[in-house]
Each structure stands twice: as structure tokens, then as C-alpha cells.
Design a protein around this ligand. Structure first.
Ligand code: DX5
Ligand code: ZN
Length: 220
């Protein structure tokens, strides 16, 4: 079985010491950087935008996994490619023509991801799963870090894994929100491939050890 990946979410980093926190992730056992872009419309919060992402990607030495929580994401696909995104994830709920959006992301040389809100059923991906490199299952309502994990997530991972197997797809399953070393093993046992962790990593006293431990638990 391939190893389970850890993607620290910079939303919980210290923005006054962003380069320091990026270097910490570079040196850690983490696999990807998770970057949350919010527009204050699709979600009730605004995070950071293009100039900050441009500053971030000057220092990142691992794949950059961008999670767009914005309406009509097609407007910015090329922009995010130019800024150094390796994986670009759009919300199912924010796309009128998801199939076209996925092709546009891949045409810019990025992996294409689709995020599902907690209320969105897995079966909406039945006809697109073979075109999706990664499905991000939201295990909190998007918009904020530090929220509590929604338990129904385990069922959704199992359903998604069944769909991926049924269709012979090679889609990765990513889980985002409220992840810690207390639910990591149950999530990867259910079928998750990538765990996003914000507060659990950056609010910890020893983030390097926290990441190492989370990765060990996820792969145990
Ligand atoms: C929430 C974001 C998450 C967030 C996770 O809308 O998509 O990536 O940063 O933060 P934690 O791990 O603190 O729940
Ligand atoms: Zn996210």
C-alpha cells in the first residue's frame, strides 16, 4: 500500500512569520503544502490571495495543493497555475460546468481536484470520477480552521472508495478539517490518502514532531 500523505494547511500558520513556518514544513516529514483561498462569498471568510501565494511559492520545496473556496473558479485557473500551484481543487458546489473546469485545470499542467462540502453526497461524482485526480472531502464546513470534525466523514470516505474502485479510477482521497492524531488512523483505514491538518500542526509547541507523529499514525 502506498504511503499516506500529510498536507499542513498554512491557514493556521503565523502570518507574521510565514517564511519561518514554510521552512519548517520544508524540513518536516510533511508531503504537500495546503493553501486555502477564500473569497468571502462562497464561504463566510476571506483568507489570502494572489500576492501572498506568490510570496509563499518562492519558498515552498514541496508540492503546492491549492484549495479554492471561491465562486466561479474558472476565472483564475491560469493565474493559479502561473503562481506555482501543482494541484488545484475547486468546489463541486461552485462549478456550473465541472467537467469543463477539470479539463481546463489539466490543460494548465496541474492535477485537478474536486472538493465536496459536508452536505454534498458522493454520488454527484459518479460521472466525473475518472477525470478527477483528487477528491477533497470536507470534514468541517469550509471557511475556518480549528472547527470540530464531522463524524459522517468516515462513511463518505468509504462510499468514495467504493465509487473509485467500481469505476477503476486512480483518484486520491483527501480529508480536510479537524484532523489530528486522534482520528488520523481511522481516516486512513477508511481509505483516505492525504490528510490536511492546520491547527493541529501550527498550534502545537513542536510542529516538526507533531507532523512526524501524525504521519506515523496515518501510516500505522
Ligand atoms: C477550512 C480549510 C481547512 C483548514 C483546516 O475551510 O479548508 O484547510 O485550514 O484547518 P483545521 O485543521 O484547523 O481544521
Ligand atoms: Zn482546505
Amino acid at each position: 500500500m502506498s504511503s499516506k500523505l500529510i498536507a499542513p494547511s498554512l491557514l493556521a500558520a503565523d502570518f507574521g512569520n510565514l517564511q519561518r513556518d514554510i521552512e519548517m514544513v520544508n524540513q518536516s516529514d510533511a508531503d504537500w503544502f495546503h493553501i486555502d483561498i477564500m473569497d468571502g462569498v462562497f464561504v463566510p471568510n476571506i483568507s489570502y490571495g494572489m500576492p501572498v501565494l506568490s510570496a509563499i511559492t518562492k519558498h515552498t520545496k514541496k508540492p503546492v495543493d491549492v484549495h479554492l473556496m471561491i465562486i466561479d473558479p474558472d476565472r483564475y485557473i491560469k493565474t493559479f497555475a502561473d503562481l506555482g500551484s501543482n494541484i488545484l481543487t475547486v468546489h463541486y458546489e461552485a462549478c456550473n460546468h465541472l467537467h469543463r473546469t477539470l479539463q481546463a485545470i489539466k490543460a494548465e499542467g496541474m492535477k485537478a481536484g474536486v472538493a465536496l462540502n459536508p452536505h454534498t453526497n458522493i454520488n454527484v461524482l459518479e460521472d466525473t470520477i475518472n477525470d478527477i485526480d483528487l477528491v477533497l472531502i470536507m470534514s468541517v464546513n469550509p471557511g475556518f480552521g480549528g472547527q470540530s470534525f464531522i463524524e459522517n466523514t468516515y462513511n463518505k470516505i468509504i462510499q468514495l472508495k467504493e465509487l473509485i474502485n467500481k469505476k477503476g479510477a486512480s483518484t486520491l482521497i483527501e480529508v480536510d478539517g479537524g484532523v489530528s492524531n486522534s482520528n488520523a488512523k481511522k481516516l486512513t483505514d477508511a481509505g483516505a490518502d492525504v490528510l490536511v491538518a492546520g491547527s493541529f500542526v501550527f498550534k502545537s509547541a513542536k510542529p516538526l514532531e507533531t507532523i512526524k507523529n501524525l504521519k506515523e499514525v496515518a501510516n500505522s
